[in-house]
Design a protein around this ligand. Structure first.
Ligand code: DGL
Length: 263
């Protein structure tokens, strides 16, 4: 495998760009290809087998494009399919999971909230991790109904989304959480709204930076860190590219290539 081959990232849609940004910030010399499978979003209401099949489709495409490592920038895909992807492909695969451990460790009140998709919260991997790290901690889990759909539609800053968030967070606020785990890669785009709703002492935790660090560690251990100046990151979406463009433009002055691709 060549060091200059790209890092491949996929998500059920545009949300994984929050992970892309962390990877791009930490590893600016890397070529990156991103797949937004928005046509099939949300993954969170699909069966485990449907999620596995979608992950295989996305992984096959990234491998065809010559990627040297795959980042599954989707908690739902990781918690439901990472074992199957790793055993099907003899290839470096990085996943993302809700950051339960740091939330439990940092919680003073011993009450934490986890906002994630139905698929993530009901997965075996999530249940095992939660069991391992939350002894003596009260965990308030809430399915983020409608949130992925709102972000896919570019409505993260709208009033309707704020209202939905307020009602989703109510049980967490009633219990007095001091840590909120964002267990979905779409949700970092809700941070401006969340900050308006949550009391100041509630710490919002997402896993993006940890995933970027893990990607660097694995590439380094395989001697696959790029040494040449990169090309512009390339994005493929299988629906309209409008929201993808907005999310990337809002946060960076860098140039990207964004294409429609039927995959
Ligand atoms: N970004 C995906 C995640 O992290 C969204 C899941 C979905 O498509 O429902 O879980």
């Amino acid at each position: 495998m060549n060091k200059e081959n790209p890092i491949g990232i996929f998500d059920s849609g545009v949300g994984g760009t929050s992970i892309f940004k962390e990877i791009h910030k930490l590893l600016p010399q890397e070529n990156i290809i991103y797949l937004a499978d928005s046509k099939n979003a949300p993954y969170g209401y699909k069966t485990k087998q449907e999620i596995i099949d979608l992950c295989f489709k996305n992984t096959d495409l990234l491998l065809k494009k010559g990627c040297k490592i795959i980042v599954v920038a989707c908690n739902t895909a990781t918690t439901n399919a990472i074992q199957e992807i790793r055993s099907n492909y003899n290839f470096p695969i990085i996943g993302i999971e809700p950051a339960i451990k740091p939330a439990a460790l940092h919680s003073q009140k011993k009450v934490i909230g986890i906002l994630a998709t139905k698929g993530t919260l009901s997965s075996e991997l999530f249940l095992e991790t939660a069991d391992l790290f939350t002894k003596g901690i009260e965990v308030i889990e809430v399915i983020g109904s409608g949130l992925v759909e709102a972000i896919e539609a570019g409505k993260q800053n709208e009033e309707s989304t704020r209202k939905n968030l307020e009602s989703l967070l109510k049980p967490m606020l009633e219990k007095g959480i001091d840590q909120l785990v964002l267990g979905c890669s779409h949700y970092p785009y809700l941070i401006p709204q969340l900050k308006k709703i949550l009391p100041k002492e509630v710490c919002i935790i997402d896993s993006g930076e940890a995933v970027a660090k893990q990607t660097k560690t694995v590439l380094k251990s395989l001697n696959l860190l790029s040494e040449l100046p990169p090309k512009a990151p390339v994005f493929f979406s299988n629906t309209s590219t409008k929201v993808l463009e907005q999310l990337l433009e809002n946060n960076s002055k860098k140039r990207f290539t964004i294409n429609y691709l039927d995959f």
